[in-house]
Design a protein around this ligand. Structure first.
Ligand SMILES: [Zn+2]
Length: 81
């Protein structure tokens, strides 16, 4: 007898009102964890969002940016102490 246990993750939709990255638009992923017995539970995958202080049109503002965009230097005018 061959018994194969497997885990399936289905990406159903993206998150609703959660903050998203202002640069790339990355937001929370919602999927399903499906067990061998086919018990379906929700599974969430959140991006590493950080609130950064930037200067837009001469005014200091706070925007949500993912850590990947921040590290890649895609955000101009980050106010550092
Ligand atoms: Zn991003």
């Amino acid at each position: 007898m061959l018994c194969i246990r497997f885990l399936t993750i289905l990406v159903i939709t993206t998150g609703g009102n959660m903050a998203k990255c202002a640069i790339c638009g990355k937001r929370m992923l919602v999927g399903a964890n499906v067990s061998h017995a086919h018990n379906v539970t929700k599974k969430y995958q959140k991006p590493n969002l950080r609130k950064v202080k930037v200067t837009i049109d001469g005014e200091p503002q706070k925007i949500w940016v993912c850590a990947k965009c921040r590290k890649a230097g895609k955000v101009d005018g980050i106010n550092r102490k």
